[in-house]
Design a protein around this ligand. Structure first.
Ligand code: GAP
Length: 443
């Protein structure tokens, strides 16, 4: 096992141990490509989603929000091209019965698992997940779980534009589940079959679309470096050299995962493909076009898309945060000198502040303090175990601030705040604690 594989398996084990992320349906042996977010994973995911929404929708007057259904009219997926083209070329080994994506094999004639020269001719497998709507399970009632969250945005474009009185250029954003029958789910949550996307489609005139592409490229880069504070050297831009026939430019924002560079987001120039296809398939030309009063011109909007995966961002944050410190833990009453710690940015930490009374006798005032904090921050109260053990538990879930209520607190009306990264302590008056924490968390 090399160091990076070792790091991934340690991270997967930590995520399960601490209730961050674990396999779905584990009781039944799990189901490949599906993951559950536990008590410490759900708040992380929600925090990132909220930061994205605030940055992409709430703080902008030219982006509107949407929350559409997962199942749409099946024609949507015919128009988008997913039913005809959204497939991978697969081959099966007739010896070991394993299935592989042809584009991921060194030699499509040799089985990567058992080495046999016994591969079937490549076949297309569609990645759309199928279901049935209504009581009859036949083709007439077939429907699909959305493979990307953007298609309902195109379909709802006109309704949203009219209701919100927006003029072009403007965007529509949504977050939500997407489903793909990935043949080979792998690298923990990186390639899952059910995952969350956060997408924004920006509608504009063709002549301005390249400027908007550059604008959104920069804005999305800033989200990772300035809001999520991922170090720039762990991120890169990968420009697509093979473009879809309708696209003018496309790039991926990639992160250096322990298993190599991997895409977390795509910024795509989609031309007028989506709107013209929906006009053709719905036969609702006017609802897919825009009359531009200033230009006195009716046209299909050109679309610039920003599309990221929430699960991949969470995985990136976990990989970026994971550390084994050789800090001086003895001063905190622990024997070992290595601690596992997640250096989460306080904005995304599942628990932002933990309240730890030094003794059970101090439970009443410590609980009162905890209640003052948990309506403002993601807070946790823990009274069990030595203070050193409690710090370690909080380190493992990445809690940036531990507040210790001790016997002196009764007299000096102050608490000790222990900082996760520096492992130093500060005495803070209780009356100033909420503001002190808010300044550190939202700075
Ligand atoms: N609307 C464009 C679109 O869906 P995509 O590159 O297929 O483009 C966008 O997906 C993002 O969705 C990716 O950058 C990735 O973060 C996330 N994503 C795609 N497939 C995924 C999967 N199987 N598991 C987890 N995330 C995935």
């Amino acid at each position: 096992m090399n160091n990076n594989e070792d790091l991934m398996s340690k991270l997967v084990a930590l995520c399960k141990r601490r209730g961050i992320i674990f396999q779905s349906s584990e009781l039944y042996g799990g189901i490949n490509g599906f993951w559950d977010y536990g008590p410490k994973g759900a708040p992380l995911k929600r925090a990132v989603e909220q930061l994205w929404w605030k940055y992409m929708v709430q703080e902008r007057d030219n982006v509107e929000g949407l929350d559409s259904t997962v199942i749409c009219h099946p024609e949507v997926w015919r128009a988008s091209g997913h039913l005809a083209q959204f497939s991978d070329l697969m081959t099966d080994c007739t010896e070991c019965k394993k299935r592989f994506r042809v584009d991921q094999m060194d030699d499509p004639n040799v089985c990567p698992a058992c080495g046999a020269h016994a591969m079937t001719p490549p076949r297309e497998f569609n990645l759309m997940m199928k279901t049935f709507v209504g009581p009859v399970f036949d083709e007439e009632h077939a429907a699909y779980l959305r493979a990307e969250t953007c298609q309902p945005i195109f379909v709802d474009f006109n309704t949203i534009r009219v209701a919100s009185r927006q003029k072009l250029p403007f965007g529509i954003a949504q977050t939500g589940k997407a489903f793909r029958n990935e043949i080979n789910p792998r690298n923990f949550t990186f390639r899952s079959r059910e995952f969350m996307q956060m997408e924004m489609e920006f509608f504009c005139h063709e002549s301005e679309s390249m400027d908007w592409f550059d604008y959104w490229h920069q804005e999305r880069w800033n989200f990772y470096t300035k809001i999520l504070r991922i170090p720039e050297e762990k991120l890169r831009i990968h420009w697509h050299d093979k473009l879809a026939h309708y696209a003018k430019k496309a790039l991926d924002i990639e992160y250096l995962f322990p298993f190599g560079w991997g895409e977390v987001e795509g910024v795509h120039h989609r031309g007028t493909w989506d709107m013209s296809r929906h006009a053709e398939y719905s036969k609702q030309d006017q609802a897919c076009k825009y009359f531009d009063q200033e230009r006195n011109e009716t046209y299909f909007p050109t679309v610039v898309e920003t599309s990221c995966g929430l699960d991949r961002i969470c995985l990136m944050l976990l990989c970026n945060a994971y550390d084994e410190d050789t800090a001086d833990t003895k001063k905190e009453g622990m024997d070992e000198d290595v601690r596992v710690v997640l250096h989460f940015d306080p904005k995304v930490a599942p628990v932002q502040v933990a309240v730890l009374p030094l003794s059970k006798k101090l439970e009443a005032p410590a609980t009162e303090l905890y209640k003052k904090l948990n309506n403002l921050f993601r807070a946790e109260y823990d009274v069990t175990g030595s203070i050193g053990k409690r710090y370690r538990r909080q380190d493992e879930i990445g809690t940036p601030f531990c507040v210790t209520y001790d016997f002196d607190s009764e007299n000096d009306k102050a608490v000790t705040v222990r900082l996760r990264d520096a492992m130093t302590q500060e005495r803070i008056p209780i009356a100033q604690l909420r503001q002190w924490l808010a300044d550190k968390i939202w700075e």
